[in-house]
Design a protein around this ligand. Sequence first.
Ligand SMILES: NC(=O)c1ccc[n+]([C@@H]2O[C@H](COP(=O)([O-])OP(=O)(O)OC[C@H]3O[C@@H](n4cnc5c(N)ncnc54)[C@H](OP(=O)(O)O)[C@@H]3O)[C@@H](O)[C@H]2O)c1
Length: 334
Amino acid sequence: MKAVRLHETAGPASLRVDDVPRPEPGPGQVVVDIACAAFNRRDVYITQGLYPNIELPRTLGSDGAGAVAAIGEGVTSIAVGTPVVIDPQIGWTEGGFHTGRGASILGMPLDGTFAEAVVVPAENCYQRPAALSDAEAAALPLAGLTAYRAVFTRGRITKDDVVLITGVGGGVQTFALLYARHAGARTIVTSRSDEKLERAKSLGAGVAINARTSAAWHKEVRAASDGGPTLVIDSTGGDVLAKCLEVARPGARVVVYGGTLGDATIRPYSIFWKQLDVLGTSMGSPADFREMLALFETGLRPVVDRIYPLEACREAAERLLAAEQFGKVVLAIR
Ligand SMILES: NC(=O)c1ccc[n+]([C@@H]2O[C@H](COP(=O)([O-])OP(=O)(O)OC[C@H]3O[C@@H](n4cnc5c(N)ncnc54)[C@H](OP(=O)(O)O)[C@@H]3O)[C@@H](O)[C@H]2O)c1
């Protein structure tokens, strides 16, 4: 079968479409024929070698949707032919927090979804939301889950919140915007691109601020929010996170799930004087995944930026590297 494998860590150009043996399901596992997969920033980081314990060659991809093609010994929870979406996190058993022990993820260190088929534990397969296309379903797993936990489980959003979402063009952040709107909260978004801000407004963003052209974007956030946002969702990190802490309203929750710009120098004063709750989050539990999928049974649809054929995997990765996308970049596998 065809699979997009990484052979060296020199960026997206290191991706190759290879012919590899089709996987077989072991006990408790299923093989899913992938219809569509989707990119996350982590796939691009991995092509650049910016990830621990990289083993080569490896099939990349954490996100995928398709149909169950074969089931292993002892699997009774799911039948061949079921349309599914895959939770890429292996080994986060039920429970509030991930210990990291015994855990793994598709697309490094495990072979991932950028292939015609992938083998996964049966419990990682969930019935695909009926209203979604394969491309939309493939857009959900890692980003939809991370945003779900950030906004709902950790962020505890209510309709009375004023939510700041930084770098709104990102895969996770577009989900955060969808969820915040779904919860009925007011939203303020930033991006370095006017085009992305327009897209965000069309999804219901209340205030849209260009963080490239306005050095004092955080002051605009404060002015637009009667004294600062009550909930911040950030993965940009660096100086952006520092400004988020500066602008957050007293008592606000600041949820952090990434650091695209790297480390931040922050003012402890902002945190203690305003009594902020700074909340870390990463991906999500099986319960978060189920609740996230349920949202997409209610009419919500993920934002798909572009769909590339498998053979154009390098161009797709380059689009993320250049941060040109708004929403999820999808690979059509079959
Ligand atoms: N902890 C977890 O479980 C988890 C899960 C998923 C992602 N993450 C992390 O969260 C971050 C976003 O992930 P993603 O998959 O949503 O990524 P993505 O689709 O590539 O989005 C990244 C966004 O960051 C913003 N950004 C601001 N300054 C940037 C810069 N100088 N260079 C590049 N982007 C910049 C961009 O927003 P604008 O273009 O709109 O300005 C961009 O859309 C990454 O750091 C990723 O590693 C963590």
